[in-house]
Design a protein around this ligand. Sequence first.
Ligand SMILES: *Cc1c(COP(=O)(O)O)cnc(C)c1O
Length: 382
Amino acid sequence: MIPYGRQNISVEDIDAVTAVLNSDYLTQGPQVPLFEKNICAVTKAKYAVAANSATSMLHVACLALGVGEGDSVWTSPITFVASANCALYCGASIDFVDVEPSTGNMCAQALEKKLQQAKINNSLPKVLIPVHMAGHSCDMKAIGSLAHSYGVKVIEDASHGIGGSYGGSKIGACQYSDITIFSFHPVKIITTAEGGVATTNDISLFESMAQFRSHGIIRNRELMLRPDEGDWYYEQHTLGFNYRMTDLHAALGNSQIKRLDNFILQRNKLAKSYQNALADLGLTCVTPLINSHSAYHLMIVQLPHHIVRKDIFNAMRAKDISVHVHYFPVHLQPYYLQKGFAENDFPNAECFYQHCLTLPLYPDLKEEDQNFIISTLRGLLT
Ligand SMILES: *Cc1c(COP(=O)(O)O)cnc(C)c1O
């Protein structure tokens, strides 16, 4: 079976994790702060907070921005459910902004219309969470300046995007946002098995996220109610969680991140080969904006509308090619239908979903396997 995505694990990765097992600290040792430092180096953000998943950091990022009951958060309907769930964890409500048909990314025009209407209704969101689908950056200049002009905070869900860039700056640099989130699940660009990180340039958001990640506890004496209690003493200032990353996971990340540029080079090469080979098949490859460089997490194509996607999907799977679909629109999940969302609420997203197909893409995808994927798809479409 050719998977749709797969991690790349080297001997160095295994040695790095084993070294932690033989060390004094399995958690809260030197590896997590080092990983955070490496994330800052890669993204050019000032601060990074690592956690046990991107989902945890989406939750913590919302909390740090003050999201709570009575607030609303907007995200994209074409995403993994975690991008929306984080608002509900905080007791806020969720709404969606429709996507551009070509990229599946949040549409700046749709956002502008929705913000204008929300201002009239006095129902502006507190936070906006655009998602960089497939690693292709949203039009952050447009989205960020709209959000800014309406006083809305921005969290970039860049779970797919580490190593990519937009308008000359790295994704994660937070040029047009308050916080950026990355995921290190094994199918993503680099992995820590489970893991995620938030980047920001705002020291108070950084401190708040670090606090929520670890029980709401602080160890900075200057901020304590009882600074002279003693060296054993820590203080809990808010209701936080145990969302910490372990040193085992961080060591894997520290080893993986050395190959980040290589992974992205490889992914872009393979994506280019797909684009060239599929150009005459009447389908559309989902591609990044011109002023950006994508991490290329996913190779998504839009099939011609007369083609039944399920037939192609099943036929590819029957040939042991593990194609996939990203994503079923979040607002149509049974849980979200219960919240009042309905079909046709976000027509571009629903159309994007109806015709999209994800082809296998990962750094170790062999040329012969890619050729087999291409010839199989060609056979089915012609
Ligand atoms: C993978 C993913 C997440 C969640 O990441 P975890 O690290 O698995 O919690 C959130 N948003 C998007 C868009 C994702 O692809």
